[in-house]
Write a protein that binds this ligand. Structure first.
Ligand code: F6P
Length: 319
């Protein structure tokens, strides 16, 4: 193997740049040349790329976003798009590809492997942490910390005004961010797509808390758990309290990665290159406990990752 490619796809995640840096420098250490595919999977179809040397990835370990950029592509989901991507990779002599992203990215990567035969290693990077086969993903820890910092600030003003806040965090299908953020932020209630909660029960919890002397309440809600504006309005009308809604949105996807996200990126990037060099064809790097591992790439998007529901119970006890 002489030349490998690297691409970032799907929603960006803080730490993607640290992963690119790790792949480039590990690959060069082993005598490989690295091509960076630009604009995500769209760039695979358009044939957009540049050579990445050691210096080109200097000063990026601390940067959010992705220097290679990531454009969501509909075309890559078609047979024609996959074929064009395969043809392009072959035309520039790519003998192995590292793809950095989430479950959608890996679904596309599996198809690309089947059509092109080019070995592909996935690196899980999504703030959502909804990828099976790894305890955690690059960017998740950063997003959680961004949201917890925001909640700490909101709590100050909520208490001053004796208000309830509904705070919507990202996670369109899963509640990993909401659960982590709810526990770390001391939320009174957490709403996630995996557990249906009666809104009247939420109102009861808030009112019981007030009777006990609590002066503010925080409801953390995953975006996939429903309409946050409706939830805020419902609580206001049922409890007679002042309720405000804050949607944290894309703030959670940006900013400098935490040490945890960076270290994960360094380890995942290095492992991905090693897997290519040992002849692996279709794997995703992951972490189990403190061990860097790998699973079949298909496992990452075919299997639904389990949520730790003991966290949910703990929030109810500690609130
Ligand atoms: O998958 C990551 C994620 O940030 C989700 O949490 C969110 O629902 C989605 O991407 C938003 O996507 P976009 O940036 O395309 O609106």
């Amino acid at each position: 193997m002489r030349r490998i490619g690297v691409v970032t796809a799907g929603g960006d995640a803080p730490g993607m740049n640290a992963a690119i840096r790790a792949i480039v420098r590990s690959a060069i250490h082993h005598g490989l040349e690295v091509i960076g595919i630009e604009r995500g999977y769209a760039g695979l179809i358009e044939g957009r790329y540049r050579i990445l040397d050691r210096r080109s990835v200097g000063g990026i370990i601390n940067l959010g976003g992705t220097i290679l950029r990531s454009i969501r592509s509909e075309e890559i989901k078609t047979d024609e798009g996959i074929q064009r991507a395969a043809d392009f990779l072959k035309s520039i002599g790519i003998e192995g590809l590292v793809t950095i992203g989430g479950d959608g990215t890996f679904k596309g990567a599996s198809r690309l492997y089947r059509v092109s035969g080019i070995p592909i290693i996935g690196i899980p990077a999504t703030i959502d942490n909804d990828v099976a086969g790894t305890d955690t993903t690059i960017g998740f820890d950063t997003a959680v910390n961004v949201a917890v910092n925001a909640i700490d600030k909101i709590r100050d003003t909520a208490t001053s005004h004796e208000r309830t806040f509904v705070i919507e965090v990202m996670g369109r299908r899963r509640g990993f961010i909401a659960l982590e953020v709810g526990l770390a932020g001391g939320a009174e209630v957490v709403l996630i797509p995996e557990i249906k909660v009666d809104l009247d029960r939420v109102c009861d919890i808030i009112m019981e808390d007030r009777r006990e002397g609590k002066v503010s309440s925080i409801v953390v809600m995953a975006e996939g758990a429903g309409d946050s504006r409706h939830v805020a309005n419902y609580i206001a009308s049922k409890t007679g309290q002042e309720v405000r809604l804050t949607v944290l949105g894309h703030i959670q996807r940006g900013g400098s990665p935490t040490a945890r996200s960076r270290i994960l990126a360094c380890e995942f990037g290095h492992k991905a290159v090693e897997l290519l060099l040992t002849g692996e064809k279709k794997r995703m790097v992951g972490i189990r406990g403190s061990e860097i591992t790998s699973v079949d790439l298909d496992y990452s998007w075919m299997v639904e990752k389990e949520l730790d529901l003991s966290r949910y119970k703990l929030i109810e006890i500690l609130k």
